[in-house]
Design a protein around this ligand. Sequence first.
Ligand SMILES: NC(=O)c1ccc[n+]([C@@H]2O[C@H](COP(=O)([O-])OP(=O)(O)OC[C@H]3O[C@@H](n4cnc5c(N)ncnc54)[C@H](O)[C@@H]3O)[C@@H](O)[C@H]2O)c1
Ligand SMILES: O=C(O)C(=O)C[C@@H](O)[C@H](O)[C@H](O)COP(=O)(O)O
Ligand SMILES: [Zn+2]
Length: 368
Amino acid sequence: MTTTVLVSGRDFRPYEVIVGRGLMAGLGARVAPLAAGRTVVITDEIVAALHGKAALASLEAAGVQGRLLTIPPGEGSKSFAELERVIDRMLAFRLDRKDVVVALGGGVVGDLAGLAAALFMRGIDFVQVPTTLLAQVDSSVGGKTAIDTPRGKNLVGAFHQPRLVLADIDVLGTLPGRQLRSGWAEVLKHGLICDAGFFDWLGGGGAAGAAGDPAALERAVVRSVEIKSAIVGEDEKETGRRALLNLGHTFGHAIEAELGFDETRLTHGEAVALGCALAFRFSAAEGHCPAKDAVRAEAVLAAAGLPTRLKQVGTFRGVRLVQRMAGDKKAEGGRLTLILARAIGDVLVEKAVDPSALTAFLDAEIDA
Ligand SMILES: NC(=O)c1ccc[n+]([C@@H]2O[C@H](COP(=O)([O-])OP(=O)(O)OC[C@H]3O[C@@H](n4cnc5c(N)ncnc54)[C@H](O)[C@@H]3O)[C@@H](O)[C@H]2O)c1
Ligand SMILES: O=C(O)C(=O)C[C@@H](O)[C@H](O)[C@H](O)COP(=O)(O)O
Ligand SMILES: [Zn+2]
């Protein structure tokens, strides 16, 4: 079965997110109506080897001219240097404004290719073909594109919505278990934000998804896309409600930065899982949410094989983490903003976080 979720908001052209099995073969037919000219398929070396041929064959069968542009795999490619190289290749290919970028890969490919599409000749169309669970449930939807700088995650970017998202559950069959669990963290995040029933399912019968069961994965992808697209439709540019999608990220991004964005030590999804557990425990400590919800959130995250304690991933100092967190894009006038919880499925934007309370909380967490 194929499910189509429409992402629509006041200030951008609506687009479809198509979720199902065996969709890669139909990529060309779906891209053809969007591409007046040619396509460039931006992908990483690992995905190119696994799925590049199928993508190009499908485009060719539909009469769409396509060529591959590969980047090295990993977070290191979300850099000014790689962005420059990609745009230079696009210029060398003589792409024009009618040509279309296809982002075939995980969140790294989607974020970089999306930003290149946003900048190239002031913006050309792009299509997301997410190949990691994380990209299917999160990064391919909503139009956030970005690169990192040594000072932090995603600090340079643009909002640029795709024309189409094609999420083929079958491509997840080649994904390593660790990457599957990493994507599962963003799925759990969606339940924690606004759907306690979904979270219960993910912690019960749906847990098979984290181990690769295709039916559970499909249901988890569809519900995640529904949740994310509804929020993005209301608040594309994160002036309000969209910040809720950042649950766990102010902690998570600071931890990723402290580890030098080394995904062999901590993937983005693992950082989000740890960040969600910290956000729930800090919420409980500050009296926003019952302690039992923080305990339950942690139990489900841990059962999925995700980290929930700082000492599992490295050695940190509270003051350093808080300095990093103050540099987050949600901070206004140097004031820390955090997404905190009232309960599982009910979160809020807290703009008046006391840095000393947060530092003391993190120092106590470091050995906990
Ligand atoms: N734009 C957004 O809204 C948004 C949302 C969430 C995360 N992100 C960003 O996404 C990035 C993380 O994305 P990710 O977790 O997909 O990581 P990733 O893109 O680095 O992919 C993880 C690894 O899986 C490999 N891979 C991809 N598809 C595969 C497949 N089908 N089979 C086998 N291997 C495959 C890749 O080559 C890579 O080695 C981070 O940079 C994060 O900041 C962005
Ligand atoms: O789409 C959003 O909005 C999100 O916050 C989704 C996050 O999972 C994602 O990691 C996003 O890239 C974080 O955005 P940032 O603005 O904190 O960099
Ligand atoms: Zn994320």
